[in-house]
Design a binder for this molecule. Structure first.
Ligand SMILES: [Zn+2]
Length: 340
């Protein structure tokens, strides 16, 4: 098969479009012909090299796949069935797995992280990771959906326990998690404030359902949040930016507010004044991926047309480096998708 692999970590030039071995049939696994694979920020970390995780090399990235079944394995689906893939991999046997807490599995992994992913014509996945999609959902949007909507759903609905009528501040409306969080918060009856760095992105954030938008290049975010919430602050902040936005995110919270974070694209260091933490009764919540049950719940809203991933641009598989460049430069609004 054709695939995009890297044999060493580094810049855009390490991504090679080349021949790679087809995945072999294996018990408990299905093989999917990839039609589309969406990028995630994780792909950039994989290419550059991670501090705490050694990837098998050469490596095929790609956590978000839409395609069709070529080997059904034990899925019970016919050859040719149209599917998307649940991007979380779990052992299925540990205490967390037995309790349905997939993303707290002791061996938890993400498709395309320790295993080969979707920057390829074929991919092998555990049977339980295959999710059938209805005829009206195209492969590009199917690929653009799972990881960020699963992540944002777990952040808002499970970790932050979002309630109807609450104010939510979503950072980085044009990011994968941002565009998903705006929509999920909106359909659950929240008042949604969203930030972005350009007026064009702010206009798109409004189209996705943001009630109010803030330009983080020109607005003082905490002051603007106070102004828009009658001086109170927001109940929930959806963080994934890290060092660059941390202080403003804390200052934007109402008393009893929850900050939930799933990433740190601008740096890992953050501080907090403990007096603020206890006097304002703030909760700091970490979040990573989510449970398959949550993805299935979100997928119902996706298939019903209530959630729709924003797709910025598509590329051919051979153009994967161009797609990485655009994501690295934060030029996109929504998902970048490779058509395979
Ligand atoms: Zn497990």
């Amino acid at each position: 098969m054709k695939a995009v692999r890297f044999h060493q970590h580094g810049g855009l030039d390490v991504l090679r479009y080349e021949d790679a071995p087809d995945p072999a049939p294996a018990p408990g696994r299905a093989i999917v012909r990839v039609h589309a694979c969406a990028l995630n920020h994780l792909d950039l970390w994989e290419r550059r090299g991670l501090d705490r995780v050694a990837l098998p090399l050469p490596h095929i990235s790609g956590s978000d796949v839409g395609g069709e079944i070529v080997d059904p394995g034990g899925t019970g689906l016919p050859v040719g069935a149209r599917v998307m893939l649940q991007p979380g991999l779990r052992c299925g046997a540990c205490q967390a797995c037995s309790d349905g807490r997939d993303n707290q599995c002791v061996k938890y992994d993400v498709l395309g992280l320790q295993s080969d992913g979707g920057y390829a014509e074929l991919i092998s996945v555990p049977d339980e990771n295959v999710i059938a999609i209805p005829p009206h959902v195209d492969f590009i949007h199917a690929a653009a959906f799972p990881l960020t909507f699963l992540t944002a759903w777990h952040m808002l609905m499970t970790r932050a326990n979002l309630r109807f009528g609450e104010h939510v501040l979503v950072l980085g409306a044009g990011s994968g998690v941002g565009q998903a969080a705006i929509q999920i918060a909106r359909i659950h009856g929240a008042r949604v404030l969203a930030t972005a760095g350009t007026d064009a992105k702010l206009a798109k954030a409004r189209q996705l359902g943001a009630h109010e938008v803030l330009n983080h290049s020109t607005d003082h975010v905490p002051a603007k949040v106070r102004e828009l919430t009658g001086g109170r602050g927001v109940d929930v902040v959806v963080e994934h930016v890290g060092t660059a936005t941390w202080d403003a995110s804390i200052k934007s919270l109402a008393r009893g507010g929850r900050l939930v974070t799933c990433g740190a694209t601008t740096g890992h260091d953050a501080r907090i004044d403990l007096r603020v933490l206890f006097v304002r009764q703030i909760s700091l919540l970490g979040s990573y991926m989510g449970r398959k049950a949550e993805l299935l719940r979100a997928a119902e809203a996706f298939f019903a047309g209530e959630l729709r991933p924003a797709v910025d641009r598509t590329y051919s598989l051979a153009e994967a480096a161009d797609a990485h460049r655009r994501l690295e430069a934060r030029e996109q609004f929504g998902k970048l998708v490779l058509e395979v």
